[in-house]
Design a binder for this molecule. Structure first.
Ligand code: G3P
Ligand code: CA
Length: 257
């Protein structure tokens, strides 16, 4: 048969900047989120925790020790106290004085400019954090079905369910560490009852897992890529998104825009 040339199937992979472009700037700071935007990431991933006085902030560890010049548990600081810490110098002197941002500041700066992949980090330590996050989004009318490019995820699947009940129109994801490497189809079905994404550690991702997650009706974003080779492997496996410290690793696939 002659006629039309075959149209190349094009695979688009969503590029998620992990804690911002955290390979290039201190994680979970405005500098890292800004860098992600410059690098044209599709989403920024944000770790959300709560201060002693109930304010939502972006930080990964449950202590401030690794990423600031302070010491102690996040939940033992007030917002005013935690914002006096230097969250940039540990990464490089160029970022000295960078502050821990509030979740609201991040939302107000980036809504409509880049997708937000919001992780509820250690929510068991912060009762009511799901409601607080929901309120921030609802106050801004960001909880409606046409507001795509917002996803809420957690390793704590009870917290994901709580959040999904508060925000039924916002897509949610279950994070899955290595203890889920042997996840069954039945378990995937159970996740799919409330989650739209199954977001696993990249170490147990292969084509078969991707197919099974799709079969269950979810998308799959894998974490965390810090090497080009790992991005290539995930692309080959057919994931929908790649969560990476280096957004530049997700540009060079055939068909990628
Ligand atoms: O977005 C997924 C990834 O961030 C989960 O691991 O420890 O970097 O928050 P972690
Ligand atoms: Ca995270």
């Amino acid at each position: 048969e002659g006629g039309e040339p075959a149209v190349q199937e094009q695979q688009q992979v969503v590029n998620v900047a992990h804690r911002g472009a955290s390979g290039h700037a201190p994680e979970n700071t405005m500098a890292a989120f800004e860098k992600a935007l410059e690098m044209k990431a599709d989403y920024i991933e944000i770790d959300v925790q709560m201060t002693k006085d109930g304010e939502l902030i972006a930080i990964h560890d449950t202590t401030v020790d690794r990423t600031t010049d302070g010491t102690g548990f996040v939940g033992d600081f007030t917002l005013e106290e935690i914002q006096q810490l230097d969250a940039g110098s540990w990464f490089s002197e160029e970022f000295a004085g960078e502050q821990i941002p509030t979740f609201e500041e991040i939302v107000d700066t980036y809504r409509g400019k880049v997708g937000l992949l919001i992780e509820l980090k250690s929510p068991g330590l912060y009762p009511g954090i799901e409601e607080k996050v929901a309120n921030v989004l609802m106050e801004r009318n960001m909880h409606r079905p046409d507001n795509n490019k917002i996803i809420i995820q957690s390793f704590n699947h009870d917290s994901v369910q709580t959040s999904k009940q508060l925000l039924p129109n916002i897509p949610h994801g279950v994070l899955a560490g290595m203890s889920w490497a042997d996840v069954t189809d039945e378990q995937l079905q159970e996740f799919a009852a409330y989650a739209d994404y199954f977001n696993p550690n990249r170490n147990f991702v292969d084509k078969n897992l991707v197919e099974r997650v799709h079969q269950a009706g979810m998308d799959i974003y894998a974490y965390t890529v810090r090497e080009q080779e790992h991005a290539d492997q995930l692309f080959e496996a057919g994931v929908d998104g790649i969560i990476t410290d280096f957004p530049e690793y997700v540009y060079d696939f055939p068909g990628q825009k």
